[in-house]
Design a binder for this molecule. Structure first.
Ligand SMILES: NC(=O)c1ccc[n+]([C@@H]2O[C@H](COP(=O)([O-])OP(=O)(O)OC[C@H]3O[C@@H](n4cnc5c(N)ncnc54)[C@H](OP(=O)(O)O)[C@@H]3O)[C@@H](O)[C@H]2O)c1
Length: 284
């Protein structure tokens, strides 16, 4: 029986992958912030006969405390991890600051994957063929990192700018991962599912929500179909330490999105951000 941690595991593709693994007999720990969707997920698991193999862990992964709490809880409750799937998202139309004073999308979509992914390497290395599967948007919408203003203090905020900044940060996190863990057996996969019909549009105001849902009805893939190539990559990750995919197309790890120097810069910047948050927490 394999064990998977899925952040954002109670909705959309994270939920779809979680139920897929549970149905075939694996163990799944799903993390999300909402109790109702968590309960619905464990009830769906019970209907599959997996009540004793599912766990819902409630945490707000936009906060550094939430990220550390999940890492610590997993460390203390499982012996090894076959896979970590990162699938959280919550689109923010307006600039929102987290309890740590960071821009929300950067914290939830990138920083949580940094903290949990690096933190769980020792547990991953106890599994036979471990994988970190990071859902993002490599090779998708362009976007850039606002190096001197990561939380949009001066740069005018737009939801898409924050979302694409997080995507670029995820690409760099992926390419940097083997450098931080040269001896790990865990394979790092960053994956763009393209347009998939999920609860993605739920936080949008009308009429944007109705428009996005109408576009999704016409053009997006269903979750059940979208997760098939993802599950295949998780079951049989490529031999290379890190790979990037747009659906079933492998992407070259070249160009500025995967620039190793930028990846190193982001790693150092992230370390400083975390130090600052943790120092503020100790003072407070
Ligand atoms: N859907 C697409 O077309 C598409 C395209 C490209 C990339 N992606 C990427 O694929 C991944 C999955 O997307 P999706 O559309 O399947 O997502 P989704 O249906 O919107 O589900 C998002 C999940 O994240 C959780 N979440 C939100 N805020 C959270 C928080 N503060 N702390 C912990 N969990 C939180 C949600 O549960 P709660 O609300 O209860 O917390 C939910 O379980 C994301 O990384 C997304 O960026 C999606």
């Amino acid at each position: 029986m394999r064990t998977y941690l899925i952040t954002g595991g109670t909705d959309g593709m994270g939920r779809g992958l979680g139920l897929h693994f549970l149905e075939r007999g694996d163990r799944v720990i799903a993390v999300a912030s909402g109790e109702a969707k968590g309960r619905a997920f464990t009830e769906a698991a019970a209907r599959l006969g997996a009540a004793d193999r599912v766990r819902f862990l409630r945490a707000d992964l936009s906060t550094v405390a939430g990220m550390h709490a999940v890492t610590a809880e997993i460390e203390s409750s499982v012996d090894s991890l076959d896979g970590v799937v990162f699938a959280t998202q919550r689109f923010q139309q307006r600039r929102v600051l987290t309890a740590d004073g960071l821009e929300y999308t950067f914290a939830l979509s990138y920083l949580s994957r940094f903290v949990i992914g690096h933190g769980l390497v020792p547990l991953l290395d106890r599994a036979e063929a471990p994988v970190v599967f990071n859902l993002g948007a490599p090779g998708g919408f362009p976007g850039r990192i606002f190096w001197d203003d990561i939380s949009f203090e001066r740069e005018p905020y737009k939801g898409m700018k924050a979302a694409t900044q997080a995507s670029r940060s995820i690409d760099l996190l992926a390419v940097d991962f083997p450098r931080r863990h040269p001896d790990t057996r865990a394979k790092y996969v960053v994956y763009n599912p393209m347009f998939v019909k999920t609860g993605m549009a739920d936080p949008l105001p009308q009429p944007k929500r109705a428009f996005t849902n109408a576009m999704a009805a016409l053009f997006a893939q269903r979750v059940a179909k979208a997760i098939v190539p993802m599950a295949a990559l998780i079951d049989g990750p490529p031999a290379a330490p890190v790979t990037a995919w747009r659906r079933t197309t492998p992407l070259p790890l070249t160009g500025k999105d995967f620039d190793p120097d930028a990846a190193d810069r982001l790693h150092r910047l992230t370390g400083k951000i975390l130090e600052r948050v943790e120092a503020a927490g100790e003072l407070g």
